[in-house]
Design a protein around this ligand. Structure first.
Ligand SMILES: O=C(O)CCC(=O)C(=O)O
Length: 266
């Protein structure tokens, strides 16, 4: 599939898979590094749910950085969000063996449980793209992300009380599957959920999200917006630490523009 096929799939179905982005020769090493990072920095709350989870992964480990500006991913993302994009999240995510199924949600900024959210019913406009970089193959058995194709056109999602049980199977749900090295690309409005990993191997991935230049991401870091919105809504939000300057300066040249909005001054 070329970029225009991926863009059509994203518009119509809300998801696509870009194949062979991370070279096979680098996958085992990347998996080891992601596992080590989640062992060291993973949150206790996620671990209790069978998930290795490191928010702001790029600040801790840059092994995936050489691929984040790959044209095969960026062109479809730009086809949806416009030419001027930035990276809003990098989150190492491992579904441990026997993790339970999660709950249906759409991602930030459509998740109504986040302090910074676009109030539902939201307009039918794509504002954010979620990508899951598969370092393990994604399958029905090991917890390929559960998605409801077409749900990206809904004005709401099950993080609101819309009569959908967030924990129950939903008609039409599928596991998004693909080979290691592929990238699952979702419109962030897509209803999706963590799937149970019924195998004995961890399902290793990094979730990278892309935003248009105009989307205010400051609520995700220590900021005035975060304090104000947290106080007004009584809700918390995701935490994506800024990229330390020395780490930013060593990123590949084509990747730097994607993080230039997110550099710690000190
Ligand atoms: O790991 C997955 O398959 C899904 C992760 C997810 O739902 C999320 O990061 O929002």
């Amino acid at each position: 599939m070329n970029a225009s096929d991926h863009i059509t799939r994203l518009k119509e179905d809300g998801w696509t898979v870009v194949e062979n982005v991370v070279p096979e020769a680098h996958i085992e090493d990347l998996k080891r590094q992601i596992q080590a990072s989640t062992d060291e920095h993973g949150t206790e709350r996620a671990r209790k749910m069978g998930i290795g989870h490191v928010g702001g992964f790029i600040a801790f480990n840059q092994a995936l950085a050489p691929y984040l500006a790959d044209r095969r991913v960026i062109e479809p993302v730009q086809g949806i969000l416009g030419p001027h994009i930035k990276i809003s999240f990098t989150t190492a995510t491992i579904n441990m063996p026997e993790n339970p199924r999660g709950t249906w949600h759409a991602d930030w900024p459509f998740n109504q449980n986040n302090a910074g959210h676009v109030e539902a019913p939201y307009p039918d406009v794509p504002m954010h793209i979620t990508t899951l970089w598969m370092l393990s193959p994604f399958s029905e058995e090991n917890g390929g992300t559960l998605i409801v194709p077409g749900s990206h056109r809904e004005p709401n999602n099950p993080t609101c009380d819309i009569g959908v049980d967030p924990s129950a199977p939903y008609p039409g749900e599928i596991n998004a599957c693909g080979d290691a090295g592929s990238v699952l690309v979702l419109d962030s409005r897509m209803w999706h959920s963590t799937a149970a990993n019924t195998t004995s191997d961890p399902r290793v991935s990094v979730v990278v999200r892309y935003a248009p230049w105009w989307l205010n991401t400051r609520v995700l870091c220590d900021s005035l917006e975060r304090k104000v919105l947290g106080k007004r809504t009584g809700l918390a939000d995701n935490d994506q630490p800024l990229v330390p300057k020395n780490i930013y300066e060593n990123l590949p040249e084509d990747v730097k523009p994607l993080f230039s909005h997110w550099v710690a001054e000190a």
